[in-house]
Design a protein around this ligand. Structure first.
Ligand SMILES: *Cc1c(COP(=O)(O)O)cnc(C)c1O
Length: 378
């Protein structure tokens, strides 16, 4: 038996949608991308969506579109994947790490503590699939004239108060990933959502080299039918139609996927009620709807974490730890970040482990995971 912490669920119908595209006229920049963008925007409740090559590209373009440059201080969380803060570095800005709460999410109070004259934006991460404190964070942003990019790579389908993550009610842009371990997959892929027409238009150009063919946007008057202008230093961050067709087919099953993730979570919660002395869980609160990209447990005794990890691995259960604090990585240390910068993040990191959580996890596999956990904690 080999059970990972997360994996995709591809059905025959997904494969058919992909092969349809392979037989069509457009493998890229065709209609499937637009269809996927429209369906995704509708699903999260945003006006616009821009599909890109992956979640990291989405973050890169989002930060660029909002003007991150040398001298920009951007506040974010160290309890995330490195891409979250790397996007600030790609644009020559400075990531500033604010500490987290005991639930693993960026603490609005710590954001305020880190504000300076140079702060230009905040990138909260809806870690595990739990929404960050968007109301408090957007209040801080409004008072200090800061942008917000939501790193929503864990949280398709999550809700906060009456808002769906990605509807950008509290932010300028939200960013998603379609890597195979995420809720839906396109192999590699990502998307940015927004309600801001100007950002939408800019992001569309940045995705294809900063080149526009829209004559209403031209800076110089030209009437030749082939004329186009490169106005920004953009990239080739396009998603192919092959991927978009897979994404659209996967998106049609998202509610089912999330329902199954939440059922698995409920089973874990009930299981861990018998082990409250050893394990803490992180349930959703009343105003939250958890999308469960990850199921993270916190061990009361951090000394047991590695033992548990190895024990499960020996039994074929391949857990993971999400995440090593970003600024611990040698690249960040060389930039001058020091240990103990965010003590609550470091304490959290020492205790956590992500258990298998994905809709294709079978009842037998889940039982096997639970019986393995039981043997360990008994
Ligand atoms: C997956 C992920 C990313 C990056 O997405 P890719 O599609 O792998 O580039 C960024 N941030 C977070 C929090 C993620 O989980």
């Amino acid at each position: 038996m080999k059970i990972p912490y997360g994996k995709q669920w591809i059905l025959e119908e997904d494969i058919e949608k992909v092969t349809d595209i392979l037989k069509s006229n457009y493998l890229t920049t065709g209609p499937a991308v637009k269809d996927f963008e429209k369906a995704f925007a509708e699903y999260v409740g945003a006006k616009y969506a821009i599909a890109v090559a992956n979640g990291t590209a989405a973050l890169h373009l989002a930060a660029k579109a909002l003007g991150v440059q040398a001298g920009s201080d951007i506040i974010t969380t160290p309890m995330s994947f490195a891409a979250t803060s790397n996007c600030v570095l790609y644009n020559s800005g400075n990531p500033i790490f604010a500490d987290i709460t005991e639930r693993g999410l960026i603490d609005p109070f710590e954001i305020e503590k880190n504000l300076t004259e140079k702060t230009e934006g905040i990138i909260p991460v809806h870690y595990m699939g739990l929404p960050s404190e968007l109301e408090e964070i957007s209040k801080i942003a409004k008072e200090n004239n800061l942008f917000i990019i939501e790193d929503a790579c864990h949280s398709i389908g999550a809700k906060y108060k009456k808002s769906s993550i990605g509807d950008c009610k509290f932010s300028d842009l939200a960013v998603f990933s379609f890597h195979p371990v995420k809720h839906i997959t396109t192999g590699e892929g990502g998307i940015i959502t927004t309600n801001n027409e100007e950002l939408f238009s800019l992001l569309q150009d940045l995705r294809t080299h900063g080149i526009t063919k829209d004559n209403s946007k031209f800076k110089t008057k030209h009437n030749e039918p082939w004329y186009q202008e490169m106005q920004h230093l953009g990239y080739n961050y396009r998603l192919t139609d092959i991927q978009a067709a897979l994404g659209l087919s996967q998106l049609s099953k998202i509610d089912q996927f999330i329902k199954r993730r939440r059922e698995i979570a409920a089973i874990y919660f009930e299981f861990f009620m018998d082990f409250e002395d050893s394990v803490e869980t992180i349930p959703e609160r009343e105003h939250e709807f958890h999308a469960y990209h990850l199921f993270v447990i916190k061990l009361k005794d951090s000394m047991k974490r590695e033992e548990l990890f190895n024990y499960l691995q020996k039994r074929g259960v391949y857990c993971q730890v999400h995440y090593i604090p970003i600024y611990w990585h040698p690249y960040y240390r060389e930039l001058g970040f020091k240990e103990k910068l965010c003590p609550k993040t470091e304490d959290f990191y020492e205790r956590i482990i992500s258990l298998p959580m994905y809709p294709a996890l079978t009842v037998e596999e889940l039982d096997y995971v639970l019986s393995s956990l039981k043997k360990f904690f008994k």
